[in-house]
Design a protein around this ligand. Structure first.
Ligand SMILES: Nc1ncnc2c1ncn2[C@@H]1O[C@H](COP(=O)(O)OP(=O)(O)OP(=O)(O)O)[C@@H](O)[C@H]1O
Ligand SMILES: [Mg+2]
Length: 166
């Protein structure tokens, strides 16, 4: 007889099997100094270069990463310095995945924050376009947040190598 316990065990095993194994994975922890925005952007570009992206793909990824890291620095931690956690992965199907996380103030209303032109920082002439840029330059964008910080997960599937390189 298959018990409820057995069913949850089987479900847990199949969920684990379904999780894709990355070809490569790199984790970084950076203090939220503004100079580390360019470091994070360049590190992502170097990491993704391992699978021969096009120039456009690299520049899209750099732009999206730069927006996400800047948000951790200027909104998440504001006038304080905290840590930014970055996890980059490359998969066999040429998918790039990046997770960017802070333990700052969090976002109260994610739907509102993701609207184009919405900003809580008019004083510093921010345009409220960061999330829109991330959404447009990457294939998927997932934002989760609480009073303990914010996590952004973005993915982008790179074109097959056989296609015309830009
Ligand atoms: N990591 C974060 N922690 C706390 N709040 C955030 C974070 N990321 C975004 N936000 C909130 O979401 C709003 C919208 O972010 P978005 O990046 O789209 O625009 P912006 O940063 O205000 O302006 P821009 O990116 O154009 O300079 C921000 O104004 C801020 O209130
Ligand atoms: Mg922004």
């Amino acid at each position: 007889m298959i018990t409820g316990e057995k069913i949850s065990e089987v479900k847990a095993v199949s969920k684990k099997r379904m999780r894709k194994k990355p070809l490569n994975e790199v984790k970084m922890v950076l203090p939220s100094h503004s100079m580390n925005e360019s470091y994070a952007r360049a590190a992502c570009a170097v990491f993704v270069s391992q699978i021969n992206p096009t120039i456009t793909e690299i520049s899209d990824i750099k732009c999206a990463v730069s927006e996400a890291v800047t948000n951790c620095i200027v909104h998440g931690y504001r006038d304080s310095i905290g840590l930014i956690y970055i996890n980059m992965r490359l998969y066999e199907n040429r998918e790039f995945r990046v997770e960017i996380k802070d333990k700052g103030c969090g976002i109260q209303n994610i739907n509102e924050a993701m609207q184009p032109l919405f900003t809580t920082d008019r004083e510093n002439e921010r345009s409220g376009m960061g999330f829109t840029i991330m959404e447009n330059f990457m294939d998927t964008l997932k934002v989760t947040s609480s009073g303990c910080g914010t996590k952004i997960v973005m993915t982008k599937k790179l074109a097959p190598l056989s296609e015309m390189r830009a």
